[in-house]
Each structure stands twice: as C-alpha cells, then as structure tokens.
Design a protein around this ligand. Structure first.
Ligand code: BGC
Length: 370
C-alpha cells in the first residue's frame, strides 16, 4: 500500500512537471488548456519593432477564445525551427511566422505543413517553398518608395548631392523590396547627376538601369547591407565617412529606424552637415529623433493593422471561411496570396497627427512635442 502511494505521488509530480512545460517558453501566451491553436514565431526580441508586434498581438488577442503562444527566435534559424517544432507538438492549427532568414525557414514551415497546419508568413516572406499559405504584409515596395521620395523631395536644384545608401539583411526578402522601391525613385536622379552615390561602386555601375534584376540588387545590397544590425550600420557609416567624407547636404537612405539612428549618430559627429536620413517602423526612439529633427523621416507601418490582418486570416481559416486577400508575392517557388497593408510617411511636420492623434503612441512617451 505504502509503495502504491509513493508511486502515485511520483506520478503526480511527473505530471505536474510536464504541465509546467507549457508555460515556460519565452513570451508564452497560452490560455488554460493543454493545446495551442495559433502559434506565433517572431524573429528577435532585440529590436523594438518585434517586441511591439508581440505587444500588439497580445492586445488584440486578449478577448479571443483561441489559445495562442508567441515564441522568439533571437536571430537564429535553428532556434526558429525548434520553436516551430515546439508549437507543432502543442497541436497548433495555424502557424504565423516572421522568418529570421527567409530561405532557411523553408524547412520549418514544411514540417508544419506536413502536419496539416496552415502557414501564414507575417511581414517577411518565407522563400523557395510551397508550404506558405498566406502572406500578411505591409507593402514593402511602397515603404522603399516613400524613403526614396522623401530624399528626392528635399532636393533644391543643386547637382552632385552626396548620397549614401544602406540596406537591410540579404537573407530578408523585404530588404530587396525596400531597395527596389527606393531605387525606382532615386535612380533617375542618380542617372542625371543630381545625386552622386558615395558608397557603392555597384550602384554607380548600374546607375542607368531603371529596373534592376534581383541579382543586380543583390550586388548592391551586398556592398551596403547593415544586416539589420545597428552596430554594423555604425561601423559601415564610420568607414564610409572616412573613405568618402560628407560635406554640406548629405542624403542617406537608411533602411529602418534602428540603423537610421546609428547612422545619424555617426554622420552628425561631422561639422557643417545638413543630414537627410530615412527610416521605417516608427520605433519610439526614432519618433523622438524625428521630433528633435535628427532622423528626418520614418515610415509608420501600423502594426495594429498587420496584427488584425494576421488574426483575421487565422480565424477565418480555423472557422472554415474564405480568407480575403488583395495581392500576391512570388516567393521563388509559388505565388503566395497576400494581404497587403498600406503605410504612412512620418516627418517632423506630421508626427503629431500620424503618431499621437492616431492613437498609435501616447504624447507622454515623448519630449519636445508641440
Ligand atoms: C521589417 C522591418 C524591420 C526589419 C528589421 C524587416 O523585415 O519589415 O520592419 O525593421 O525587418 O527587423
């Protein structure tokens, strides 16, 4: 009898350890119950952009009956694959994933697909696989176009204006889309001598080409990539400043807010410059920079809309309804049906209307707002 009791006790202990496992993952969001309906895998906690996506997902999902769990991959494709496997083991029916590396994530989503899970690429496209059902995204070509247009709008008729180009990570399909959008606007002004590219021999080589092939874009991106890392952007900016010193008006295509701030911080150490530098994401520290006239613009990609689009896609699928899409993206293997979401340019002039009055952030989170 005593033996039976102690065996029972051990059994109860083992079971409670297993139950505890479902609650110990990063950012675990699962509601009570052992299975998870929707698994979300985000690329890294190291950038405010993705922490914001987590927060906005949590806000939007507060009142749903579905169990949801959010995991972060910390910029590591192996960890990402593990995250997907963890979620598969928990019985997810929908996987929402922002890949760290678009091509490397193919294996992870294929494993999910084999289990009959619906795969939604979120913001970044998983490439070279037919295992992606939907892509919910901002229109990334238009993000790049907004950045390029901002720089063009600051021209005042002079020629030979110094232009420094930077791009995101070559493993992120978005880096190509952003660059494609920016190039379409900047190229005519490079070709006619208004801008002189300072830091990419490949961009100079292709300056008369209105449209670039993916390979040509890859050649340029390879020279100007920041890998999406502020510290890489910083050291590249330092060496570009030495190799091709800026003077007077300085135009900088920076791909996102994190890199924009660190590139600005380097260039602003030089005397006598008027710096025009782009960004995207409307990260709080960059909104502060825009208010202070440091970073010139950002692109507001309203994460609330992206989250809404992803959740609607997930829930329509779970409930057997037709998913509404309004676009499609070639991922190298198939055309993936997409929900394409609009973006807004933020400058010092409209920051109050676009960011505060829209309810995106609170005025109290910033200083110097008039
Ligand atoms: C996203 C950007 C983000 C960048 C770096 C891109 O795929 O679209 O919003 O700034 O990745 O994380």
């Amino acid at each position: 009898m005593k033996k039976l009791l102690s065996m029972l006790l051990i059994l109860v202990m083992v079971m409670s350890v297993f139950a505890g496992c479902s609650n110990n993952a990063d950012g675990d969001d699962a509601k009570s119950g052992s299975t998870v309906d929707i698994g979300i895998v985000l690329p890294t906690k190291e950038e405010p952009r993705w922490v914001q996506d987590e927060t906005r997902f949590k806000d939007a999902l507060k009142d749903t009956d579905y169990n949801v769990e959010i995991l972060f991959s910390q910029g590591d494709s192996a960890r990402e694959k593990q995250n997907v496997e963890t979620l598969i083991a928990k019985g997810i029916k929908i996987l929402i994933i922002t890949p760290h590396d678009g091509a490397a994530a193919a294996a992870a989503v294929e494993a999910a697909k084999e289990e009959g899970i619906t795969v939604i690429s979120y913001d970044r496209l998983v490439t070279n696989t037919d295992a992606v059902d939907y892509y919910v995204t901002f229109n990334s070509v238009s993000v790049g176009a907004a950045q390029g247009q901002y720089l063009v709008d600051q021209l005042n008729g002079a020629t030979g204006e110094k232009l420094y180009l930077y791009a995101g990570a070559a493993t992120d399909n978005n880096a190509f889309l952003f660059f494609e959008g920016a190039w379409a606007v900047l190229q005519p002004k490079i070709a006619d001598g208004t801008f002189e590219v300072q830091n990419s021999t490949k961009a100079v080589e292709y300056m008369n080409k209105a449209t670039l092939t993916r390979e040509e874009m890859g050649d340029i991106i390879e020279q100007i990539t920041t890998d999406w890392k502020p510290e890489v952007a910083k050291s590249k900016a330092e060496s570009h400043i030495t190799a091709a010193p800026p003077a007077g008006n300085t135009f900088i295509l920076a791909p996102n807010d994190g890199t924009a701030r660190s590139i600005y911080d380097q260039f602003s150490k030089e005397e006598g410059l008027t710096i025009y530098v782009t960004g995207q994401d409307a990260e709080k520290p960059s909104i502060q920079y825009v208010i202070e006239g440091k970073q010139s613009m950002s692109v507001l990609k309203d994460v609330r809309d992206l989250v809404k689009g992803a959740i609607a896609t997930a829930i329509d699928t779970l409930e057997g309804k037709t998913v509404e899409t309004n676009g499609s993206y070639d991922n190298g293997k198939v055309d993936v049906k997409a929900k394409d979401i609009k973006v807004i340019t933020v400058t010092q002039e409209n920051v109050k209307a676009t960011i505060i009055e829209s309810g995106y952030y609170e005025a109290s989170e910033f200083t110097g707002l008039e």
